[in-house]
Ligand binder design. Structure first.
Ligand code: NDP
Ligand code: MG
Length: 384
């Protein structure tokens, strides 16, 4: 029996993880769950999965939970989320909260030598250099990627040596606005940006897909997870989202992972790795229904998310953190209809120009850079 902590259980990845677990109750037990604002769903999940530890955003909601479930250990807020990473009984910690708040709890789980099923991409983007040092210090800990592209890369690498890899090919659906010109994107609305053609995901990541900042974050994440040079990472637009990414080897062989556009497979793989198991919730890909698989270059003139990420990644140190934090606030401002779609790029670019790069010696540096960047964006773009 593997005991799993599901951080962000009320979100898109979290609810999918619970569906995977629900069909394998003889193998997986939920030991802890965390939500932020969705108290009602969290209550329902506690009733269904009976975890020992629960965490929520607000103290008042934590009181409601504690009264309702007097035998449980209830935490709240950022400090509570950190404690969720410190649960001794857990075998696996799924980090599926959104945003930079996922970093610290992941760090705690690494220090306890846990397996981290990592969905939260901000962890490796903002703090990758620091996390990689920690993984050397705590060799029992391991990160198994959940993000579909990184899971695909990880799966495609099985059985080969790192030095045999010549290139990572990260595929991108191209997002809602694929094929659009700059002029057409000037006045797109929040509702337009939230219509993703292939994947059903949380709001923030759906906007990130439409700007291709999501792909940029994934390039940095791939570099940090697999130690491959930025010059050996390529992004290809693949609108069908059937090939989730590919690895090219020194002998020119390319190995790809294909599957339905559904996060449940990479989530389960991160739980069962190195084994593969059946589960009725996993969709099968019907190859006979596929008419074509196409590949194209990213239109970098319009969708600047990828190039900006390469720039931030190559500068390294605290710059990827700035790229991520500036984008998080920009997307929040866009979702709240305070800025226009294309201003998201402007904000990231200006925040990066404004930043003095620092070495990452500890987590405090990342926290400071994160909060300074957020403050800078709010001050300069958070008009009402
Ligand atoms: P959602 O927005 O659907 O869910 C986010 C989860 O985090 C919810 O449980 C939410 O709680 C919780 N949360 C939000 N803010 C905070 C906070 N400040 N403190 C603690 N918890 C918080 O996001 P997704 O599930 O789509 O994504 C989660 C992570 O996984 C992201 O980092 C994303 O980039 C990554 N990812 C997602 C993919 C997807 O297909 N969705 C694919 C690959 C990666 P509540 O809802 O109760 O407020
Ligand atoms: Mg992805």
């Amino acid at each position: 029996m593997k005991r799993i902590t599901v951080l962000g259980s009320t979100g898109s990845i979290g609810t999918n993880a619970l569906k995977v677990i629900n069909e394998k109750k003889d193998e997986f037990k939920v030991i802890g769950i965390s939500g932020y604002s969705n108290l009602l769903l969290l209550i329902e999940q506690v009733e269904n999965f009976n975890p020992k530890y629960i965490c929520i955003g607000k103290e008042s909601d934590a009181k409601v939970l504690q009264e309702k479930f007097s035998d449980k250990i209830v935490y709240f807020g950022e400090d509570g989320l950190k404690k969720m990473g410190q649960i001794e009984e857990a075998d696996i910690v799924l980090t599926a909260v959104s945003g930079a708040v996922g970093i610290e709890t992941t760090v705690e789980a690494i220090k306890l030598g846990k397996r981290i099923a990592l969905a939260n991409k901000e962890t490796m983007v903002a703090a990758g250099e620091y996390i990689n040092k920690l993984l050397i210090e705590y060799p029992e800990a391991e990160i198994i990627p959940v993000d579909s592209e990184h899971s695909a890369l990880f799966q495609s690498m099985q059985g080969s040596k790192r030095k045999e890899i010549s290139k990572l090919i990260v595929t991108a659906s191209g997002g809602t606005f694929r094929g659009k010109k700059l002029e057409e994107l000037k006045n797109v609305t929040v509702e337009d940006a939230l219509k993703h053609p292939n994947w059903s995901m949380g709001r923030k990541i759906t906007v990130d897909s439409s700007t291709l900042v999501n792909k940029g974050l994934e390039v940095i994440e791939a570099h940090m997870l697999f130690g491959i040079d930025y010059d050996d990472i390529e992004v290809l637009v693949h609108p069908q989202s059937v090939i989730h990414s590919m690895v090219e080897f020194k002998d020119s062989a390319i190995i790809a992972q294909l599957g339905a556009p559904d996060m449940k497979l990479p989530i389960q793989y991160a739980f069962t790795y190195p084994n593969r198991e059946s589960n009725i919730v996993l969709d099968k890909l019907n190859l006979k229904l596929l008419k074509e698989l196409t590949f194209d270059q990213v239109d970098n003139e319009v969708f600047k998310g990828v190039e900006l990420a390469f720039k931030a990644g190559k500068i390294g140190k605290t710059m990827p953190c700035v790229f991520n934090s500036a984008n998080e606030v920009a997307v929040e401002l866009f979702l709240n209809k305070k800025i226009k779609f294309l201003e998201i790029y402007e904000i990231i670019e200006k925040a990066m120009e404004n930043h003095m790069v620092k070495d990452i010696n500890n987590l405090e540096i990342i926290k400071n850079v994160d909060s300074e960047t957020r403050k800078w964006v709010y001050e300069n773009y958070g008009r009402n």
